[in-house]
Write a protein that binds this ligand. Structure first.
Ligand SMILES: [Mn+2]
Length: 451
C-alpha cells in the first residue's frame, strides 16, 4: 500500500500569491503550447545526471495529468555512465530513448515540439546543438544553470541560477499545478536535488530546502538505497585507482600570485567571456526566494544556515567587486587529476566529487579524454569561486563550457589527433589552470606520495 501512496506537495506556508500566479501562468502557457501536439520530446542534456532524469520524469507527469492527449517521449544524447545514474534511469525512466548525435537531425523531425530540462537552448550540452533546430522554437526550458549572454530563449523560459537543482523547480510546478506525485517520482526528485547540491551543501536556495524537506517524507527508502548504493564492477576500482595515481596536489602560494597574469592572455580571456559570460539575467521568479528564507530555517533547523548567493542582495555573482575578489583568493590546495582514455564521459565529474573530500582542498580539476574530446570537470570549495568562468576561459573558442561558482564542466574538441597528441593536449591544459588559480610556480606533489 505504501508504494502507491501519492500526494500533492504542500507549498511553503508563506508562499506568495504573486509567485503562485506567476507559476500558474507558466503552467497555463505550457498547456496552451502543447495543445494539439501528438509527439513531444522532453530532452535532457547529454550524459544525463539524476537531476535531469528526475526533471524529465516530473515534466512528463505534469503533462500526463494536465494534457493527457499529448504523446510525450523522454530523450537524451550521450551516455548515462555513472552506475548510480544508470540504475536511476532504469528505475525511473526505463521508457526513455537515446538519440545518437549523427541521427539527431533526422530524429528531431519526428517530434512536433521540444522541451528542455536541466539545460537551455543556448547551452552546448544537448542534442539540438548538433542540429539546425531553431532554439527559439523550443517550447519550454526549465533550468538552473547560469545563462549565457544570448537572446535565445524558449517560449516558456524559466532559468534560475540561484536554485540548486532543476528538480526543485519542477517540484514547484508540480505543487502549484496540484499534480499528485507517487513515491517513485518523489524519490527521483529527492535524489536529483540531493546529488546536484551534495545534500544541500552547495549551491542551495531556500526553495531547494523546501523541496528537499517536503519530499523527504515521501521517499521510498529501498529505491533510494538501490540507486545510491548500487554495486559497481571491478573495473570501476581500477579506473579510480588510475585516477588517484595520476593526481597531483598543488598549493596556492600567495594570493598575489595572480598579479603575474599575462596581460595579453587576460585580454583574450575577457573577450571570450564577453561573448559567453553570464549576463546577470535573473528570472522574475528568483527574488521571491527571499520570501521563504525564514520558512526554510524553520523547516530545516540543522541546515547549513542561510543559503549562499542570497545575501548579496541579488547582485550578479560575477560582478567582480573588490571585496568578494579578495575573499575568493583564499589559499588552499588544488588537486589536478588526469584521466586518460575514460570508459565514460562522466568519469571526470565522479572523480572530481571524490577529490573534493580532501582536507584543505580549494579546487579540483579533472581532465580526461573520452573518444575525440577532452573533458574538464572543475569543483571549488568556496561558494564565491568562479568555476564556470574558469572553464570558459580554458575552453576558449575551441570548446564549450559552463557551470556554477562551485562546479563546472567543459569539452575541448580534439578531432584528427592521435591518442598521443590528445594526451599531450591534456597535459598542456594543466599549467593554464594552475596559472589562472595562482599556483603557476608550484611543482606539485603526487597525491599518493604526499604526506
Ligand atoms: Mn542540474
Amino acid at each position: 500500500m505504501e508504494e502507491t501512496l501519492t500526494a500533492v506537495l504542500p507549498l511553503p506556508e508563506d508562499y506568495g500569491g504573486r509567485r503562485r500566479s506567476s507559476i500558474e501562468r507558466r503552467v497555463q502557457q505550457i498547456l496552451e503550447l502543447v495543445e494539439g501536439k501528438n509527439n513531444l520530446l522532453v530532452l535532457m542534456h547529454n550524459d544525463p545526471d539524476p537531476d535531469a532524469i528526475a526533471s524529465a520524469r516530473a515534466l512528463e507527469e505534469l503533462l500526463r495529468i494536465h494534457a493527457p492527449a499529448t504523446g510525450v517521449t523522454l530523450g537524451h544524447g550521450g551516455i548515462i555512465g555513472r552506475a548510480e545514474n544508470r540504475t536511476m534511469a532504469d528505475e525511473i525512466v526505463p521508457h526513455k530513448v537515446r538519440i545518437s548525435q549523427r541521427a539527431a537531425a533526422a530524429e528531431m523531425s519526428v517530434y512536433d515540439g521540444v522541451m528542455l530540462v536541466d539545460t537551455q537552448p543556448v547551452a552546448a550540452n544537448h542534442l539540438l546543438w548538433s542540429t539546425d533546430y531553431p532554439g527559439e522554437e523550443v517550447l519550454v526550458a526549465i533550468d538552473h544553470h547560469p545563462p549565457r549572454r544570448s537572446q535565445l530563449r524558449a517560449k516558456v523560459h524559466d532559468v534560475r541560477p540561484d536554485v540548486g537543482a532543476s528538480s526543485t523547480l519542477l517540484c514547484e510546478y508540480l505543487a502549484v499545478a496540484e499534480v499528485p506525485i507517487d513515491r517513485r517520482l518523489a524519490t527521483a526528485l529527492f535524489y536529483g536535488i540531493k546529488s546536484d547540491t551534495m545534500g544541500l551543501s552547495r549551491q542551495t536556495s531556500a526553495l531547494d530546502i523546501w523541496a528537499y524537506s517536503t519530499l523527504r517524507h515521501l521517499v521510498e527508502t529501498d529505491l533510494l538505497n538501490r540507486i545510491e548504493h548500487v554495486q559497481v564492477p571491478r573495473t570501476y576500482f581500477r579506473s579510480i585507482s588510475d585516477a588517484l595515481a595520476n593526481t597531483t596536489i598543488y598549493t596556492v602560494s600567495m594570493p598575489s600570485a595572480v598579479d603575474e597574469e599575462d596581460e595579453e592572455e587576460a585580454e583574450e580571456a575577457e573577450e571570450i567571456l564577453e561573448e559567453d559570460e553570464t549576463d546577470g539575467y535573473r528570472s522574475d521568479l528568483e527574488r521571491f526566494d527571499l520570501d521563504i528564507i525564514a520558512l526554510s530555517r524553520m523547516l530545516a533547523p540543522g541546515s547549513p544556515g542561510p543559503p549562499t548567493g542570497l545575501e548579496d542582495g541579488g547582485e550578479d555573482a560575477d560582478g567582480g567587486d573588490e571585496e568578494s575578489e579578495e575573499e575568493t583568493e583564499r589559499a588552499g590546495d588544488i588537486a589536478v587529476s588526469l584521466l586518460f582514455d575514460m570508459p565514460r564521459p562522466d568519469m571526470a565529474a565522479e572523480v572530481a566529487d571524490l577529490l573534493m573530500r580532501m582536507e584543505n582542498v580549494a579546487w579540483v580539476v579533472c581532465l580526461g579524454i573520452f573518444q575525440d574530446q577532452g573533458v574538464m570537470s572543475v569543483r571549488a570549495s568556496d561558494s564565491n569561486a568562479k568555476a564556470g568562468r574558469l572553464v570558459r576561459i580554458i575552453a576558449g573558442r575551441n570548446g564549450s563550457a559552463g557551470g556554477h561558482n562551485t562546479m563546472a564542466g567543459g569539452r575541448i574538441h580534439l578531432p584528427d589527433k592521435t591518442p598521443a597528441e590528445r594526451i599531450a593536449e591534456l597535459h598542456a591544459l594543466v599549467p593554464r589552470f594552475l596559472k589562472e588559480l595562482g599556483a603557476g610556480n608550484d611543482m606539485g606533489v603526487a597525491l599518493l606520495e604526499a604526506e
